[in-house]
Design a protein around this ligand. Structure first.
Ligand code: C2E
Ligand code: MG
Ligand code: MG
Ligand code: MG
Length: 268
């Protein structure tokens, strides 16, 4: 009836207005414009071979320098960008910037690669694969020197579609890394169904290698990956001891503050 309807509309308006007012107060809506205002930039963290500690590539991580709020963590602004639909433009920008920065490095280190994180939302765009390939072509960047890091969260809802797109990217040489492995659920199913080349063991496991159970799980994950012909990278290595432990377990690669923090330039 009519009064109910008005109440409902008021409530909606309040919700919408409240959200907007709050967002503006916190400067959140700014994420829509951050890229165009030049406030976003990338930092690069080295990825190393655990066998000898040598750098094999980098991961590009996004940063937002807000004029009032200062440096904002991607854990804060990426989910906001995803909700607001700003993530697409930001991601294509990040891919183009990362491969452009990596290109001169490849002249001396042709086996290096750069990794860029890909939100699950990106798979809603049927043009995703074409756009990524177009960027690679424009920059004249070898597709097999790009790795896209995905997490299983969100992807599992749309597995068939994601698999098709990832397979197409893989056919062009682009590799897929499964980020934060072990943190979510359905991990094993996604390994079975997606063309994953690299598995990134979540930092939580690396933090707790002292724990017998965690050690057993990490061992098993490394073996599993090897038998599936997938490379393994351990995230968040902060000590020499963790490095030695993981190297002894035949973990292929690593990333973490012990080897290098994210840096504004690619450090070799
Ligand atoms: P992620 O992709 O799993 O990246 C690893 C995070 O762990 C990074 O945080 C990195 O700085 C941090 N890290 C690396 N080594 C260590 C260590 O030894 N100790 C500790 N404590 N931390 C370490 P960051 O840069 O704050 O990024 C957080 C998350 O935000 C990323 O997790 C990723 O999910 C997301 N993200 C960052 N940049 C992008 C982007 O361009 N696009 C998308 N979609 N997501 C991004
Ligand atoms: Mg990542
Ligand atoms: Mg991770
Ligand atoms: Mg993460």
């Amino acid at each position: 009836d009519i009064t109910e309807r008005i109440d409902y509309e008021n409530e909606l308006r309040q919700l919408a207005f409240g959200e907007r007012a709050e967002g503006v107060a916190e400067g959140k809506a700014d994420i829509d414009w951050a890229l165009r205002r030049g406030e976003l930039f990338l930092v690069y963290q080295p990825k190393v071979s655990l066998h000898d500690g040598r750098t094999i590539g980098t991961e590009a991580l996004m940063r937002w320098r807000h004029p009032q709020r200062g440096l904002i963590s991607p854990n804060e602004f990426i989910p906001e960008a995803e909700r607001r639909g700003a993530i697409e433009e930001m991601t294509y920008w990040a891919i183009e910037k990362a491969v452009t920065d990596m290109k001169p490095v490849l002249q001396d280190m042709p086996h290096f690669y750069t990794a860029v994180n890909l939100s699950a939302q990106m798979f809603n765009d049927p043009g995703l694969v074409a756009k990524i390939l177009c960027i690679l072509q424009r920059v004249n960047f070898p597709p097999d020197r790009l790795v896209l890091e995905i997490t299983e969260t969100g992807i599992m809802n749309n597995l068939a579609l994601c698999r098709e797109m990832l397979q197409e990217l893989m056919n062009h040489g682009v590799r897929i890394a499964m980020d934060d492995f072990g943190k979510g659920y359905s991990s094993l199913d996604s390994l079975r169904q997606l063309p994953v080349a690299i598995l990134k063991i979540d930092k939580n496991f690396v933090d707790r290698l002292e724990d017998e159970k965690d050690l057993i799980i990490v061992k098993a994950v490394i073996r599993l990956a090897k038998e599936l012909n997938i490379k393994v990278l351990a995230e968040g290595i902060e000590t020499k001891k963790q490095w030695q432990q993981l190297a002894a377990l035949q973990c292929d690669y690593g990333q973490g503050y012990y080897f290098g923090k994210p840096h504004a330039t690619i450090s070799l």
